[in-house]
Design a protein around this ligand. Sequence first.
Ligand SMILES: [Zn+2]
Ligand SMILES: [Zn+2]
Length: 168
Amino acid sequence: MAKDKAFDRVPVALTPWERFEEYLCARGMRKTAQRRILVEYVFNQHDHFDVDTLLARLPRRGQPRHVSRPTVYRTLGEFVDAGLLRKFELDGRSVYEHDYGYPQHDHLHCQRCQRLIEFQSDELLALRDRVAYAHHFRVSGHRLIVTGLCASCWEAPRRRGRRAARGS
Ligand SMILES: [Zn+2]
Ligand SMILES: [Zn+2]
């Protein structure tokens, strides 16, 4: 999925793998080669992905370092549980992105080209906190996805229209 803006990472004490090791140790789970491979593939660049895009990036069946679909599903669930990934629903699909070491942000979702544009807004956070305060609500997070059309999707037809009007 196209990524529009990568924010500066926030400093964290541990690498994603170290943090995941802590999580596994605390639960008596094994540090398998497949878990290690998935940490590498998932955390080397920030983007938004679903299970299919991740599987397409991984080595295929029969090749070294292949990870099966059920293992990918299970391990992504563990990453979410460990606070490494954030998961959200987009048009009925589960989409994942980095949570650990990546700042809070929200998304604009283009419904034509599926682009996800990231943005940060202090005003939005202030509004959220005011609303929560009024309801005596303790905030642990929020998710906002604004739907619509990105600039290249809504501007392109307009430009074509203008050209047509000029007769070129
Ligand atoms: Zn678009
Ligand atoms: Zn994002």
